[in-house]
Structure formats: C-alpha cells, structure tokens
Design a protein around this ligand. Structure first.
Ligand code: ATP
Ligand code: MG
Length: 438
C-alpha cells in the first residue's frame, strides 16, 4: 500500500511545542517586564525587507551578506520590475529603517526593543539554527556613554531576572572611522608580512575587511590574530574618554568585565563600544548576547544622521543556558478539569465553564476522543485525564448534581478527595476556591 510521504520542517528550523513553549512565554514575559522597567518600548517590523537594506546596512563582506542570507527575487510586477527581498537575518537594520522612515527621532531619542525570528543559512548545530529568535534593545538618538552603560546594565538586569549567573562580559572599543583607517593600514601590513599563515577567509578579507580577520574562529589562526596590532592602541582622546566613562558606570554598579582587543563583532556597522556576554556552559556557541554602538548606520541606510547603540540576544541559547543552570519554570496547568458523565449535559456545562473562565478560572473541559457519538468515556478514564491535566480540582457535572442545579468540586491535589457542592447559578461565589485565591 502506498503511503503519502510525510512533510517535515526545514532543516535548522524548529517547532516550539508544549511544554517547551511555556518556557518561551515565561522568558518573553520577563523580557517585557525588564524592558518596561527601563522604559524601552516595543517595535515590530516586517520579517522581509529589501535585500539592499542588509547589503548596505550590514556590509557586503560580512558572513551574513556573503553566504547566510535567504534572499530571492520576487515575482515581477506588470512593468517587469522585480524586487530583491530577504528574510531578515537580524533585527537592527529593519528597526533603524523603520525609525528613519517614520521620523521617530523628530522629538528626541527613543528607546526601543523587539523580539522575533531571524533567518540565516548557517550549518545547523547546537545553539546555531537557520530560524532562530532574538530579543534586541536599541537606543537611538543618544550619543553619550551613559546609554551604552544603560544597555549593558539592562542586559545584566535581564540575566538576574532570568536566574542566569554563568556569564562574563567582554568589552572593546572600535573607535571612530578615522582611527580605524589608521589601524587598518597597520593591520594589513602585519597580515601581509605573515601571508603564508592566512587561511582562505583571511586572504579574501585582507583588503576588503581586515578587521574581521581578528574575529576568526579558526584555531590555526588564533596566535596570528592575537599578535596583530590592536585597534585600542590607535584610539584618540575622545574615544578613550567615551570608553572610560562606560567602564566607570559599570564599575559603580558592581559589574565586572574583561577587555578583549580582538572583539570586533560580526557586522560592519559598529563604532566605539562593542560588547558580548559569553558563557562557558554552551560549548562553541557561547555568545548569548552581543552589541555595541552604531552611530553611522542610520545615515548609511539613508536616514538623518543620529547616534545609536544596542544589543541582541539569542533566545535559543539563553533558554539552553537556563536548562544547564537548572532554572525551572512553571508549566501552566488549568485550575479545574470538567468531568462530564453524559454528553446530554454539555450545553448546560459549557455555559457554566464559560462563566467560570470569564471570572478568571482556567478550565479544561473533558472531550470525547475520536469522532464523537460514542459518549464521553467512563468516569475512570475521565478522572485519569483530569489527573494528567495537572488541575487542582475536578468539576463533576453528574446527573444528580445537575438535577439540583449544582456541581461537585473535588480536590485532586492538596487535600485530595475532599469535595463540596456548589451552585451553578452563582459561580462567582466559588470561583476563587478554584483559583486558589482566598
Ligand atoms: P556567532 O558569532 O555565534 O555566529 P553572531 O556574531 O553572528 O554570533 P549576532 O549577529 O551578534 O551573532 O546575533 C546576536 C546573538 O544572536 C548571538 O550572540 C547569538 O546568541 C544569537 N545567534 C546568532 N546567530 C544565531 C544562530 N544561527 N542560531 C541561534 N542563535 C544565533
Ligand atoms: Mg554568526
């Protein structure tokens, strides 16, 4: 017998199912709370943008643009013109586009955050997926070091609220474009002098983007990169003062960091402060959050120049880390499970459940498996489902109860077995018992 072949999800793109999805919802709630405490407001931009937003914004010679983007040509319109579109590989470019397009900075700086899926055609492995999720925080229109520090402290607050302790902070300053040009010349001279030791990626980047060679993940290149001229030694007084001010605020807040002169980040848009939060608990994919200042991005994509700083964290990696650290989150369970011996009672029962729900009680109703018409199932099997649901109470809508306009409320957990009769006419009188609120 031939069977229709099953269709599965795309490699590297995951379904997020219960009970795991409850951890996601919990994390999202914590994020919303922490963002609100820092007065960051939510922004939602489209998942697709014109490809040129990313080629211009992220830099042509970044990993993302060179090989990781899901980009394609859209169907042509009636004039034969087709747009080049891309699934967003990150959130900053789209957010900045939206800020510029809607002139959001007209009355001063804005603090914004987003969360949602991003897409990169990378080799799937633990902590690295093709559809993954980011939470990002961005402050636009502020040029001072205090906002760099605010954003770092915002991430620290988030780790604390999530219960994540195993992280370290690495900082660097990439200075300003003129300081980078000077360093770039020194860097090219250094790598040219060691041309024999360069791998393919490095050779390709030598004249297009030599700074990125410092970010190499090739172990054979580490020593060479380690010995390269450091950008931090090429910074002028202003850049140094900015960096020092960020560090002074972190120190006053008891936050520890390490300066990593090789931290350059994967995208081209950064200047001055860059940072990463890294953990040792996740193996090779240890960066849980990264960001920095990007004062020139807005004008690069055609907006009015304005300074900006932000970060993005990887939700999958943070959730994995929570698991490693043994942080437990509660799986949501209904307050009550409705046991319904006879299907004939369903209209009346469902009216009561509807009322209970509007009073804030979470109720799961027993429903017959299969096509229906075979009855509701035995009391034994219904109680088995009630137990499995995790509910603290069973509501028993038996014929005896209904005849008296009542329902039996039976405790399934604390004080299991204890039961009372309650009035169907007045659920408001006993809803609080089910919610566990006195
Ligand atoms: P990596 O060096 O690990 O490739 P990145 O520098 O490309 O990271 P960013 O673009 O700065 O990462 O994205 C911010 C965060 O998003 C990362 O620190 C990481 O936690 C997460 N992230 C990035 N790419 C992926 C991916 N393919 N799958 C899961 N999480 C990711
Ligand atoms: Mg990457």
């Amino acid at each position: 017998m031939s069977k229709t072949p099953q269709i599965n999800a795309i490699k590297g793109m995951n379904d997020i199912l219960p009970p795991e999805s409850a951890r996601w919802e919990w994390l999202e709630d914590v994020v919303r709370r922490v963002m609100a405490a820092h007065a960051y407001r939510n922004v939602r931009t489209p998942i697709m943008e014109l490809t040129q937003l990313y080629t211009r914004g992220l830099g042509e010679v970044t990993d993302i643009v060179e090989k990781e983007m899901y980009a394609f040509e859209d169907r042509a319109d009636q004039h034969g013109k087709a747009d080049h579109l891309a699934l967003r590989p990150e959130g900053t470019a789209g957010l900045v586009r939206a800020v510029a397009e809607h002139n959001l900075l007209y009355d001063g700086g804005k603090r914004l955050f987003y969360m949602g899926p991003m897409f990169r055609r990378e080799r799937p492995q633990r902590g690295r997926y093709r559809q993954f999720h980011q939470v990002g925080a961005e402050a636009l229109g502020f040029g001072g070091p205090e906002v760099d520090a605010e954003l770092i402290l915002l991430a620290v607050a988030l780790w604390r609220e999530l219960g994540i302790n195993n992280w370290r902070l690495e900082l660097n300053s990439l200075g300003q474009p003129d300081e980078r040009r000077e360093h770039r010349a020194a860097l090219i001279a250094y790598f040219e002098a060691h041309a024999g030791q360069l791998d393919e990626d490095a050779k390709r980047r030598l004249h297009s983007n030599p700074l990125r060679i410092l970010d190499t993940k090739n172990p054979a290149m580490q020593a060479l990169a380690e010995g390269a001229p450091k950008l931090i030694d090429h910074l002028g007084d202003k850049s140094r003062a900015h960096f020092a001010a960020v560090q002074a605020i972190l120190a006053a807040n008891g936050v520890e960091w390490r300066i990593n002169p090789r931290l350059v980040r994967g995208l081209d848009y950064y200047n001055l402060t860059v940072f990463e939060f890294i953990t040792d608990s996740l193996g090779a994919q240890g960066t849980i959050c990264g960001g920095g200042r990007y004062d020139y991005l807005i004008e690069q994509i055609g907006g009015k120049p304005a300074p900006a700083v932000g970060w993005a964290l990887g939700v999958e990696r943070v959730l994995e880390l929570l698991k490693e650290e043994g942080v437990h989150t509660l799986d949501p369970v209904p307050d009550a499970y409705a046991v319904i011996p006879d299907a004939a009672a369903l209209p009346q029962v469902m009216r009561c459940l509807h009322q209970l729900r509007s009073l804030g009680v979470a109720v799961q109703m027993h429903a017959a498996s299969g096509q229906g018409g075979e009855g509701m199932g035995s009391m034994k099997s219904q109680f088995k489902r009630a137990d499995a649901s995790g509910a603290r109470f069973a509501l028993i809508f038996g014929a005896d109860e209904l005849a008296e306009g009542q329902v039996t409320v039976k405790a399934l957990r604390d004080g299991a077995g204890a039961q009372t009769r309650q009035s169907l006419a007045e659920p408001a009188l006993w809803a609080d018992i089910l919610k566990g609120t006195p």
